[in-house]
Design a protein around this ligand. Structure first.
Ligand SMILES: Nc1nc2c(ncn2[C@@H]2O[C@H](COP(=O)(O)OP(=O)(O)OP(=O)(O)O)[C@@H](O)[C@H]2O)c(=O)[nH]1
Ligand SMILES: [Mg+2]
Length: 300
């Protein structure tokens, strides 16, 4: 059993060993972890989701945000989701290099999480860990996820403010925006604005937002050059403004509802023995009268 005050003390000193152990304990749903989570107090420490296609500059941006916060004597936790495919190995190493200034910094805690292999799924693990981070003395919590697909949409529902990072030549992403990206984003960052025609893309994006985004959804576009730390102050201002909206608004209730649904789903799934289903299915599907609805019902 871990104690919240021990973890807090470690974080206050910049010694994250106790925190790291508690994270593993929660990820593995160790003995007492559920009670520990149930005893945590509500918090309004902001959780900022940073998502977007591979290589858009998410980590470089986070790096720049951290620099500003650390200068202001704030403590920052970054949870970055490693996509487990070998294709992304380089990117993971890249993250380490780009955030290397911060790996040993006493005000910054960076942790990579595997996308797979969590009891109850990644979302419930992320919800537990971000809530833990809120309770132990961090001022800002960042969640970095790669991509703009479904799992990222779910993870975005954990964040109070979701920053979607795009690059000026993002043709496909703009297509995807029509199918929902606009609903999850609170802030669009057009990064790599040192590239030619960046302004044309920014204008196009603005126009799409004006035409498509619901009037109730405050959606801002910020242009950045993360490598030069250009546009960071503006991004910070937009994030802060959005945080104020979050705490006033209805969005909070919707988000809480979606979090509860994730926890309920995760809890139900823990009771499902996937391996047994696989084994049973291998035999059942060979039967002439196999019916998938009947088969599934025996596990409800
Ligand atoms: N020209 C230019 N390059 C940038 C800018 N921001 C980031 N980069 C470069 O883009 C590459 C990818 O940056 P990352 O910050 O790792 O991007 P990411 O979105 O975190 O990448 P993944 O985590 O792999 O999805 C690096 O080589 C950065 O130096 C920018 O504003 N302009
Ligand atoms: Mg990255």
């Amino acid at each position: 059993m871990h104690s919240i005050s021990d973890i807090k003390q470690g974080v206050a000193k910049g010694d994250f060993l106790t925190l790291a152990k508690a994270i593993s304990w929660i990820e593995n749903n160790g003995e007492g972890a559920t009670t520990f989570l149930q005893d945590l107090l509500p918090s309004s420490i902001p959780i900022i989701g940073v998502t977007g296609p591979p290589g858009a500059g998410k980590s470089t941006l986070i790096n720049a945000l951290i620099a500003t916060w650390v200068e202001g004597a704030k403590k920052v936790a970054v949870l970055s989701v490693d996509p487990s495919s070998p294709f992304h190995q380089g990117a993971i190493l890249g993250d380490r290099i780009r955030m290397k200034d911060w790996y040993l910094h006493p005000q910054v805690y960076i942790r990579s999480l595997a996308a797979r292999g969590h009891l109850g799924g990644l979302n419930s693990a992320m919800l537990s860990l971000t809530t833990l981070m809120q309770s132990v003395g961090f001022d800002y919590i960042i969640v970095e996820t790669v991509g703009v697909g479904q799992s990222e949409v779910e993870i975005a529902s954990l964040a109070d403010t979701t920053v979607v990072v795009l690059v000026p030549e993002a043709g496909d992403e703009v297509q995807m925006m029509k199918s929902g990206l606009m609903e999850i984003a609170d802030v669009f960052v057009v990064n790599k604005c040192d590239r030619p025609n960046a302004q044309i893309f920014v204008n196009h994006l603005q126009q799409m937002i004006t035409e498509n985004a619901p009037a109730t959804h405050l959606l801002q576009v910020v242009s950045t050059i993360a490598t030069e730390k250009e546009g960071i102050a503006e991004l910070l201002a937009v994030i802060s403004a959005h945080q104020i909206e979050v705490h006033k608004g209805l969005q909070k209730k919707e988000m809480l509802f979606s979090k509860v649904m994730q926890l309920v789903a995760a809890h139900k799934m823990i009771q499902v023995d996937k391996n047994k289903i696989k084994v049973d299915l291998a035999a059942a599907c060979l039967e002439a009268n196999f019916n998938i609805f009947k088969f599934a019902q025996s596990y409800y």
